[in-house]
Design a protein around this ligand. Structure first.
Ligand SMILES: [Zn+2]
Length: 1072
């Protein structure tokens, strides 16, 4: 222990006096029993007086480095153990405590902190215990002790534990019990109790001692007297009620109705809102009690919903009462009786019979459950252990080029790589697969065909029999009335449908071709309708679409409207207007009072609609086929609307805990009337958008084993501007499988003699659809050996997209890539000359066609099957992986592998890659330096993208290998195929918060631009190095992303061609 200095270095007299006295006191403390109590008291009094009156003395004693406080505390302790003359000791202690308290009070808690750090709390508890042995205890001393404890308690993190171990809890409790009428002593005791109660063990022990009941004796109806006492008592009670046993005690004691009555009393009488903290304190007690099931029941039984709903509605106009409304809202949401979704089962409305069902697989589990069990909150005890997701097994982290299968098996894939052995001696250069034109024989209904029929019955079109001509068609009775009867008369007055001519704006779109493509698309529900947006096409709007600014209080008012359903049940219509589970759907009796819905077309998803109020609808999405969850994607049609009316739509079975709908994202709407008027486009729409947890219970079977989960509501409000319109709503810009086939067919037509384009069918999907594989590169310049050699030896780039059907943005990015690659620009020509592109543009056609969000028909996420894909259940993944394994075998593993995805929770476009080093850095694994030798080449492509693509953000990229991702394309291609630059590229569904598009929602133009810029970046990757040898490329790249000077040197050494592509403002000034 440092001795107090007898003088400061500057020798200031005022300091020397207090320090001298401290020294004297310290010596006297050492004498213990024999010391002169009176003198010690005088010295201490002088010290305390000096500290109080002289700022410098105060600082000297109360600073963290000083031992002054320790000396005073020691003196206090010694004084206590000196048993000669209790009265004197008490007086002395009381005197000291009073002085210390006034000392501490002046510093806003800093001095209390010093007091605690010097062991002051312990000394106080000691005094408390010894003083309590006096009968009766000195009221004055107890008052001083508790006042001081109340000050230092909040500064001492161990306060609760110290109080319990020293036995102080009971002293305070007994004091309380004996002094309920003694306001002067009650207040400091309650203040100390409030601190005790924040410790959960103390709370239980205090509860056993009857303190909960005690507090209920103190809380009282509205009165202007003793409000600070009431406030502290409520705080203490609130803390005590966090313990479930105490909450149960309060319920059993019948206190829930009492608390509600008290709240109402204060709400009514506190008209000038002077006592908001008391009202809040009452609500906090209710909030903590309703954490237990019994509490929620008692709350409902006491009509708590109505009490809090009405009082909150009255508080709404006063902004300062927001904390009361928010806490009330929280309690009401918690107590809102949990409903089941209005569905017979949460399993998908569609069923697809798998060729075989693996015994331990998800589908076997799904269909082995007894009926109805999936909607019950069960006792499943699966524990989620997702906390530590980073891969820490170094063996797994190191890429291993293991060709998993013998080459004999892989040899069959040779036929997909004709270009690698092509000698161009034969006259036929291309082997275009034309199988796609053979169509299965089944009836198809197209929207325009309805107009061709005089009776407008659904028309079964024999294959090839329907060839609707572009031009004017009469569209009868807009809407989803396929199969309806008795609509003939209205039809004559139907709108005239002019198919918008988008040929110039959309070179890859052709409505007639689209219909042809639909005929060959096989869906599980055997869709026979075509949605107008897919038929007409989408021209990206030229105006900006900023993020929607969230209006204050939107979520609260939506939640209150939901609660109103319970308060005013008679206002609720509760009418089912659309239901896929009814065989005759969408035929539901129509009295003109409801909107009409339809989702029975390719990529459509909407299962059920319940009209809840005149202009409000609850919408339920359909689970992915052979699954009971994964829904998020929606795409549906609405008709029968009134112009100018505001309609509220609630999607009530969302699963994710948060959504970009809370951060500026709007839904997409397509108006057929607008399209006919020459504006065929999806536009961001909707106001009052928000996303929140609702009162529909989620089965633990569909919630990964977690019990007690709820669904979430995504709500939006919109109006319609045209009479007799048909409008479509979607989660994101739709992009169907038939659209892909149409685009590929049009791209084929764009091919010039310089372009080598081959379309193969990689395989058939479970649903019988073809999975296209594209090969794009440049034709060799001539038949010369050199040129053919160059042609065959170009590095490969392997791209894929849309493994997740709900991520339609990935398809728009892919469209941008394909259009760029097939373009006539010099950049495109150079790119084709530099690489051979292998592209699987849609890894999950079945999921896309059937309106799934995440899975294929096997009910599984295909991007979790890459480690051991099953050829029967996951054919597209199995064969894509085989192509890569084949390439690895013949030493032609691609230079870059990239799988395009969409991201629902983040803004911007970014990449995930794989790096051993960055994974090790993120975890606590100890690795030797040899483990960490890694080429930095994986960072070059995202870095270039961040410089040339406005939507791309390097800051959002990650190169960590997660355990949960070990069976994704990215990780498997990196680890097993040995591709260092193996990525997923994630595009936002919402918009950007950086770069040129900051503050804007993303559109198809920006997504397509991203796909094109991806190509430019690949070219830059190539140009920067000027080398064709892969390994060299890697080495050089790590140089590039190293020191800046090297980058500049590379640029200055580059050929004139490079200067042509490297715009000056885009030079690589990489910081890694
Ligand atoms: Zn994805």
């Amino acid at each position: 222990m440092n001795k107090p200095k007898m003088a400061t270095e500057k020798g200031v007299p005022s300091n020397s006096r207090v320090l001298m006295l401290l020294g004297q006191l310290e010596r006297m403390n050492g004498e213990a029993m024999g010391r002169d109590v009176e003198t010690a008291r005088q010295v201490t009094a002088k010290i305390l007086h000096l500290i109080q009156t002289q700022e410098k003395s105060g600082k000297e004693v109360m600073s963290k480095g000083s031992t002054g406080m320790e000396v005073i505390l020691a003196s206090l302790e010694v004084g206590l153990t000196n048993t000669t003359g209790h009265d004197r000791t008490l007086t002395t202690s009381t005197f000291y405590l009073h002085k210390i308290r006034s000392l501490i009070e002046v510093s806003r808690g800093r001095r209390a902190g010093v007091f605690v750090s010097k062991g002051g709390t312990g000394v106080l508890f000691q005094i408390l215990i010894s003083a309590s042995k006096e009968l009766p205890p000195s009221e004055e001393l107890m008052l001083q002790l508790h006042s001081l404890l109340a000050k230092v308690g909040p500064k001492d993190r161990k306060f609760g534990v110290k109080a319990r171990l020293s036995g102080a809890l009971n002293v305070t409790v007994n004091l309380l019990k004996q002094n309920l009428q003694n306001t002067k002593l009650l207040l400091p005791c309650l203040q100390v109790l409030r601190v005790y109660s924040t410790n959960s063990v103390n709370a239980i022990s205090l509860g056993k001692n009857g303190v909960v009941e005690l507090m209920f004796k103190i809380v009282a109806p509205y009165s202007k007297k003793n409000t600070s006492l009431l406030k502290v008592a409520l705080d203490a009670l609130g803390a005590l009620l966090k313990s479930k046993t105490n909450a149960r005690r309060a319920v059993d004691g019948g206190h829930v109705p009492i608390l509600l009555a008290l709240y109402l009393d204060w709400h009514r009488n506190d008209t000038r809102h002077r006592h908001m903290l008391i009202r809040k304190g009452l609500l906090v007690c209710l909030r903590n009690i309703t954490n237990i099931k019994l509490g929620r029941k008692a709350f409902i039984d006491a009509d708590g919903m109505r009490v809090l709903y009405n009082s909150s509605t009255e508080c709404l106009p006063v902004r300062t009462l927001d904390p009361l409304i928010n806490t009330s809202s929280l309690i009401m949401r918690k107590c809102f009786p949990k409903n089941r979704l209005p569905l017979p089962t949460i399993k998908s409305a569609f069923h697809y019979q798998l060729p075989h069902i693996p015994a331990a697989g998800p589908v076997a589990q799904l269909y082995s459950q007894p009926p109805g069990v999936d909607d019950v909150v069960d006792e499943s005890d699966n524990e989620e252990t997702d906390n530590d997701d980073i891969e820490t097994d170094l063996n797994k982290l190191h890429p291993k080029k293991i060709p998993g299968r013998p080459f004999e098996e892989l040899r069959v894939y040779e036929r997909f790589f004709v270009e690698l052995s092509e000698d161009f001696q034969a006259s036929i250069l291309f082997t275009v697969d034309n199988n796609s034109s053979t169509q299965p024989s089944r009836p198809i209904i197209v929207p325009t065909a309805q107009a061709l029929s005089p009776k407008r019955d659904p028309i079964s079109i024999p294959l090839g029999g329907c060839n609707p001509t572009k031009g004017t068609h009469t569209l009868p009775n807009w809407g989803s009335d396929c199969g309806s009867e008795g609509a003939e008369d209205e039809g004559a007055e139907g709108a005239v449908l002019e198919v918008p001519d988008t040929a110039l704006l959309l070179p890859l779109h052709d409505p007639d071709l689209y219909v042809e493509m639909v005929k060959g698309t096989l869906s599980v529900p055997q869709y026979a309708e075509v949605a107008y947006p897919d038929y007409f096409g989408h021209v990206a709007p030229t105006f900006r679409e900023p993020h929607l600014e969230r209006v204050y209080g939107v979520q609260r008012s939506k939640i209150f409207q939901d609660i109103e359903r319970l308060i005013h049940p008679n206002d609720i219509v509760d009418k089912v207007v659309y239901d896929l589970d009814i065989p005759s759907c969408p035929l539901i009796e129509d009295n003109g009072e409801s909107l009409k819905f339809n989702s029975q077309f390719e990529s459509g998803n909407l299962r059920k609609v319940v009209q809840v109020r005149k202009n409000e609808y609850d919408l339920v999405l359909n689970s992915d086929i052979n699954s009971n969850h994964y829904h998020q994607w929606f795409y549906f049609e609405v008709s029968g609307m009134r112009v100018g009316t505001m309609y509220r739509f609630n999607i009530i079975n969302c699963e994710k805990s948060n959504s970009q709908f809370n951060y500026g994202m709007q839904v997409l709407m397509y108006s057929v009337q607008e399209a006919i008027s020459g504006r065929p486009r999806w536009v961001r729409t909707g106001t009052d958008i928000c996303y929140y947890k609702n009162h529909f219970a989620r089965s633990s079977i569909a919630a990964g084993g977690q019990k007690g989960k709820s669904y979430y509501t995504m709500t939006f409000t919109t109006s319609f501007s045209h009479k007799d319109d048909v409008c479509y709503f979607a989660y994101h810009y739709p992009y169907t499988y038939s659209t892909l086939k149409m685009h590929l067919s049009k791209l084929e037509a764009l091919r010039t003699p310089q372009i080598y384009l081959r379309q193969d069918v990689l395989c058939e999907t479970l649903g019988g659809n073809k999975c296209p594989l594209l090969t794009i590169t440049a034709m060799p310049e001539s038949n010369s050996n050199d040129h053919i050699c160059q042609f065959r030896n170009r590095p490969l780039i392997f791209l894929s997209a849309r493994v997740h059907p709900g991520e339609t943005n990935a398809s728009w990015v892919m469209k941008g890539t394909l259009e760029f690659l097939m373009g006539t620009s010099p950049l495109a020509a150079s790119l084709r000359d530099a690489y051979i592109f292998k592209i699987v543009p849609m890894l999950n056609p079945d999921g896309v066609i059937n309106g799934n969000h995440r899975c294929s028909l096997s009910g599984e996420d295909l991007n979790r099957q890459w480690q051991s894909p099953n050829p029967e259940l996951h054919p597209t993944i199995y064969h894509t992986k085989s192509l890569l394994q084949y390439l690895a075998h013949i030493q032609r593993a691609p230079l870059v592998f990239c799988d395009y995805h969409g991201h629902s929770r983040k803004k911007n476009v970014f990449m995930y890659g794989c790096s051993v080093k960055e994974t090790v850095w993120q975890s606590n694994i100890s690795a030797t330096s040899s483990d960490l030798q890694e080429d930095l080449g994986y960072r070059a492509l995202p870095k270039i993208l961040s410089q040339i693509a406005p939507a791309f953000s390097m800051a959002s990229c990650s190169f960590v290998v997660e355990r949960s991702k070990e069976s994704t394309a990215r990780v498997v291609v990196w680890r097993e195929i040995g591709v260092q630059r193996s990525y997923t590229m994630e595009s936002t569904l919402c918009g950007c918060d950086q770069g040129k598009y900051k503050g804007l929602q993303i559109g198809t133009r920006e997504l397509e631009e991203m796909g094109a810029q991806f190509c430019v970046a690949l070219l830059r990757l190539k140009r920067l190095t000027g080398l064709r040898n892969h390994q060299h490329l890697l080495d050089l790249e790590s140089d590039i992303i190293g020191p800046q000077c090297k980058v500049i040197r590379l640029f200055s050494n580059s050929t004139p061609q490079i200067n042509h592509y490297a715009r000056p403002n885009l030079t690589l000034t990489t910081k890694v």
